[in-house]
Design a protein around this ligand. Structure first.
Ligand code: SF4
Ligand code: SF4
Length: 108
């Protein structure tokens, strides 16, 4: 049953709730018809693995911030401050590039 409710959370009905559009109204080919709209799409719900950081090991080099394709590394006072899980897609690039291997990818 849980699986079914998870599926419905990813359904076109949910897409309409999030974007205000049904999938039938999305432009053909996924064309971006409005610039600067990426932040409106909460791509974090695509994720199957989430990055988790060991704060004690982190040296705040911000290499993860440079490589993250979704701008999901949070920075405060020039230090790594965590992840924006609403937009992180769980690609694992941050974990791959971290020089001290303090990011682990954990199953959602
Ligand atoms: S790459 Fe690793 S050590 Fe560097 S800021 Fe990111 S988590 Fe910290
Ligand atoms: S898993 Fe990918 S999207 Fe998420 S914070 Fe790391 S690099 Fe960015």
């Amino acid at each position: 049953m849980k699986q079914r409710s998870e599926q419905s959370e990813r359904s076109p009905v949910r897409a309409k709730r999030v974007t205000g559009k049904s999938w039938k109204e999305i432009p053909i080919g996924g064309l971006i018809d409005k610039a600067g709209s990426a932040a409106e799409y909460k791509t974090g719900d695509w994720r199957t693995f989430r990055p988790v950081r060991d704060e004690k090991k982190c040296v705040h080099c911000l290499i993860c911030w440079m490589y993250c394709p979704d701008s999901s590394i949070l920075v405060k006072d020039k230090k790594m401050a965590g992840f924006d899980y609403e937009h992180c897609k769980g690609c694992g690039i941050c974990a791959s590039v971290c020089p001290v291997k303090c990011i682990k990818m954990e199953k959602e």
